[in-house]
Design a protein around this ligand. Structure first.
Ligand code: PDD
Length: 272
């Protein structure tokens, strides 16, 4: 498999510098982009978000949005990806270990692709989620490599035989460990506003567009765990999960409803 690393295309193996700040501090950012039928999906939006994340942590990217897209397209072709994912990460670079940024630094970029089928089973039958406390930092809008809070939440979900952990901060549902959360009540879709407490998912934005096209009210307003339990329908979304219905939250079951099915259909029409 061809990999892009630091300005070069290499096969399979790369050498990480022991002083890579991504490795030592999680000092970097990332994106996960979808490939459907050999074509990038919403790549521009993902790389615009990468540019934003970089600016928020004061990393000056050496590549432009178009450069990233070109590299991804090259990897898709060379690796013959049909349905897959592309992982992109940029770290602040290599420097002798010190929390303070180095005087000057050269970001380290890694991009690779892998095969991944659409999550058809979960989208069809729904998935179980658990709720737990959101213990993450207060800049969840940055797609940072620091994912320990998310990893611990996801592991707890896994142990509880659930697919996702729905995080709750100060009595408000924020988002999943690696997804956004939506409830549907009386025909209206509600999701947490895109502020510093959640990642503004690209899939979330596509769902918003679908809702607008379908004339389904889409309201960016917080909701409580009680409202989550009491919802008519519940959805989680991400680049890998697309529009996945939730059928169980902790010990409570939820039905898959018509709004979810309409959104899934509208989303699919944007893919193919
Ligand atoms: N996760 N919230 C969090 C915390 C996420 O990590 C993600 C994505 C999302 C959904 O964003 P998007 O729709 O742009 O994929 C929301 C990626 C897929 C991951 O870490 O694997």
């Amino acid at each position: 498999n061809l990999i892009y690393f630091n300005g070069e295309y290499v096969n399979d193996k790369i050498a990480i510098d022991p002083n890579d700040r991504g490795y030592q501090f999680g000092d970097g950012i990332y994106e996960v982009v979808r490939v459907y039928n050999g074509m990038l999906f919403t790549a521009r939006e993902h790389f615009e978000r990468l540019v934003r994340s970089a600016a928020e942590i004061q990393i000056k990217l050496e590549l432009t949005v178009d450069d990233y897209i070109e590299i991804c397209q090259h990897l898709i072709t060379e690796n013959q990806v049909t349905d897959g994912l592309i992982y992109v990460q940029v770290t602040r670079g290599n420097a002798l270990r010190n929390h303070i940024f180095p005087e000057s630094f050269k970001p380290v970029t890694l991009i690779y692709s892998y095969d991944s089928a659409r999550p058809v089973e979960g989208m069809d039958k729904g998935v179980k989620v658990i709720t737990l406390e959101d213990i993450r930092w207060l800049r969840c809008d940055i797609k940072s490599l620091n994912l320990l809070g998310n990893v611990l939440a996801k592991q707890q979900a896994h142990v509880g035989q659930a697919v996702e952990a729905i995080q709750v901060r100060d009595g408000i549902v924020t988002e999943g460990a690696s997804s956004n959360v939506f409830i549907i009540k009386n025909g209206t879709i509600y999701t947490h506003p895109a502020n510093h407490l959640i990642l503004n998912g690209i899939t979330r934005i596509v769902i918003k567009r679908c809702a607008e096209e379908l004339n389904i009210p889409f309201v960016e307003k917080t909701f409580t765990p009680e409202e989550l339990y009491d919802a008519d329908e519940v959805i989680i979304s991400s680049t890998s999960l697309e529009v996945t219905p939730v059928t169980q939250i902790d010990d409570q079951t939820v039905e898959i409803g018509p709004v979810t099915r309409q959104l899934q259909q509208a989303f699919k029409e944007k893919i193919y």
